[in-house]
Design a binder for this molecule. Structure first.
Ligand code: ADE
Length: 255
């Protein structure tokens, strides 16, 4: 997968050289290209922002440098088209489902903004020709979109074939469509079997795969009920078996 990132802080992306994503790049699974937006600002100060039309606080990113920068990235490959991802707190929520969708794309272009965001005509211009998604990583406001890009690249990158040591890991993730859709993963344990008086749940030492799977699902349901009641409400009733129903009834969560 090719990933391009245009930003006024390309150095912000140094963490993409580390750990899982760094290894994926070394192995050629991920091809990351960083671009300095100011390279396409032509005045002496290399200005990328201006005051908002209509008034109000803060500054808005000018359309011209973004247009030139995006055109330059698009020109890198005449035969392919990237999906453009614009991080913004006003966007659609970034979810595991969206991460999986992005992981299936050959080319992504991220355009993280500073200040109050990018002049909307940039999204209109490219949105008429390409897929342009305005995406939020959560209901809080960051100082810029760069941290959101780091989050999204990591979530997408770990789903690429060959990146995770064990392909099953992604299937068991919290939120993964399928068995874990709308469920949080339960607690995990490793050796030693007893630590500071805390014991590992007996069932996990039993070697009984069926019972262990059942226990894990119970714990996932309990944790979801405790931490994210709205996710539990969104569970498809058709995916609940009679054990699930009994547990939810015990928790007072089924009529
Ligand atoms: N930029 C600022 N806040 C953001 C958020 N929550 N998600 C994506 N981009 C952002």
């Amino acid at each position: 997968m090719r990933i391009d990132i245009i930003s006024i802080f390309p150095e912000y992306f140094a963490p993409l050289g580390v750990s899982l994503i760094g290894k994926a790049r070394e192995r050629g699974i991920l091809d990351v290209h960083l671009h300095q937006l100011r390279d396409w600002a032509h005045d002496v100060h290399r200005t990328v922002d201006d005051t908002p039309y209509g008034g109000g606080p803060g500054m808005v990113m000018k359309p011209e440098p973004w247009g030139e920068a995006i055109d330059a990235v698009l020109a890198a490959d005449q035969d392919a088209r990237p999906r453009i991802i614009v991080p913004t707190p006003s966007g659609v929520p970034f979810t595991q489902r969206l991460a999986m969708e992005y992981a299936a794309e050959p080319w992504l272009l991220f355009t993280p903004a500073r200040y109050e965001g990018i002049d909307s005509r940039v999204m209109a211009e490219y949105g008429s020709r390409l897929r342009v998604d305005e995406v939020s990583i959560g209901d809080y406001v960051l100082a810029g979109g760069e941290a959101a890009v780091l989050v999204m690249v990591e979530a997408v990158g770990r789903l690429l074939p060959g990146v995770l040591g064990n392909a099953r890991s992604a299937v068991d993730d919290s939120f993964a469509p399928g068995e874990m859709e709308n469920l949080l993963e339960g607690p995990v344990y490793t050796k030693p079997p007893e630590w500071r008086g805390h014991e590992v749940p007996e069932i996990l030492l039993s070697g009984h795969h069926g019972k262990i799977a059942r226990w894990r699902r119970d714990e996932a349901l309990r944790r979801t009920a405790r931490n994210r009641a709205e996710l539990l409400a969104a569970l498809d009733p058709a995916t609940l078996d009679k054990h699930d129903r009994r547990l939810l009834a015990e928790l007072g969560l089924l009529p």
